[in-house]
Design a protein around this ligand. Structure first.
Ligand SMILES: O=C(O)CCC(=O)C(=O)O
Ligand SMILES: [Fe+2]
Length: 342
């Protein structure tokens, strides 16, 4: 490919959101096949293989759209998949952030792993949800106002999910994708998930801010879960750019938990980025039977505030972190678990 072809032409004008709906008969068939999955945690490799086999029976157009979402640089950064099979009976939403000890069926886990397997390999980090591969995203009272996925009564700022790295950059070991599967919406149905595609944000930003955001003027704070475990409020990265890579296919990285700009101008650019993300973002109100596929490099995501009640009926998502490939971070694998736990 020569340099001219590599500009990607009008890629930024392509739609950055995909809305997919599973046909009714396919939903029934997926549900039947997933019914006897059993607890994936017993043998994760076998469970992901089985879920892969089941989701490979999706109609070819749907299957290719999801595979293309995972493998191409020029495809949208966010996709909603609707009309997925759901559990007939769901236990109370745990009030401690999970995992749920009384969930007797594993349909939602199967859906999550089936969708995840089309994008790459699930990855667990010991400092995030104890290294589990299936995360519960649930409002927790002591985290209500934190900038973490346990929060509820604050706007969770535009961010991507990053991972502390001794090398000084927090977007090296982090997931390429997140999948969020909705088991239960919040009581009022007002919790919105937002996705701002970096291509849209770069188009909308003023030239000065964009230039500054591409310079190494920003120190990202490590995720709240990591900082908590280390007993600190802040563990800052080296100064890094927020936006990197070619104009037609930028990568964006920003921490929810605070970013330190190294100059006043850089701070202004950072604030402009947050407001621009709000302007260009797609807004999705996830409902049971819907999942969101999120590219964690092509854009930033956020969540609106909502009122939790801690009554067993609170919002409940299950989440995976996914990498296309674990090879470049194999030095951080914990050998006994075989799968990646950093
Ligand atoms: O609750 C949501 O919609 C998104 C939360 C979030 O940022 C995450 O799970 O990484
Ligand atoms: Fe997040």
């Amino acid at each position: 490919m020569n340099a001219a072809e590599n500009t990607g032409g009008d890629l930024h004008l392509k739609p950055t959101f995909i809305d997919l709906v599973i046909p009714e008969g396919v939903r029934e068939s997926l549900g039947q096949q997933l019914a006897d999955l059993g607890d994936p945690a017993r043998d994760m490799d076998r469970a992901t293989a089985r879920c892969h086999q089941i989701f490979a029976t999706l109609p070819i157009d749907l299957l290719q759209t999801i595979l293309d979402f995972g493998r191409h640089a020029d495809t949208p950064g966010v996709a909603r998949v609707g009309n997925l099979p759901v559990e007939r009976e769901l236990p109370d939403t745990p009030d401690d952030g999970g995992p749920c000890q009384t969930k007797s069926t594993c349909l939602s886990e199967g859906v999550l792993l089936g969708l995840s397997g089309m994008l790459g390999e699930p990855v667990g980090f010991t400092t995030e949800k104890n290294g589990q591969l299936i995360h519960d995203v649930i409002p927790v009272a002591d985290g209500a106002t934190s900038q973490t996925n346990r929060s509820s009564t604050v706007f969770l700022n535009f961010h991507n999910d990053i991972v502390y790295d001794a090398a000084g950059s927090y977007n090296l070991s982090n997931p390429d994708f997140l999948v969020l599967n909705c088991l239960r919406a919040d009581h009022e149905g007002v919790a919105g998930t937002y996705y701002a595609d970096a291509r849209d944000a770069c188009q909308a930003l003023d030239a000065t801010s964009l230039k500054l955001l591409r310079e190494p003027l920003f120190r990202l704070n490590a995720p709240g879960s990591y900082a908590r475990m280390a007993g600190k409020d802040e563990i800052l990265s080296d100064p890094v750019p927020i936006i990197s890579g070619p104009d037609w296919s930028p990568e964006i990285a920003s921490s929810a938990n605070g970013v330190h700009a190294v100059s006043r101008d850089a701070e202004v650019a950072l604030q402009r980025l947050q407001s621009t993300c709000r302007e260009v973002a797609h807004e999705i109100f996830l409902r049971p039977g819907q999942a969101l596929l999120i590219n964690n490099r092509k854009g930033l995501h956020a969540r609106s505030e909502f009122e939790p009640r801690y009554d067993g009926r609170d919002r409940w998502l299950q989440r995976t972190y996914i990498r296309r490939n674990h090879w470049s971070i194999r030095d951080r694998i914990v050998a006994e678990t075989r799968r990646l736990h950093i």
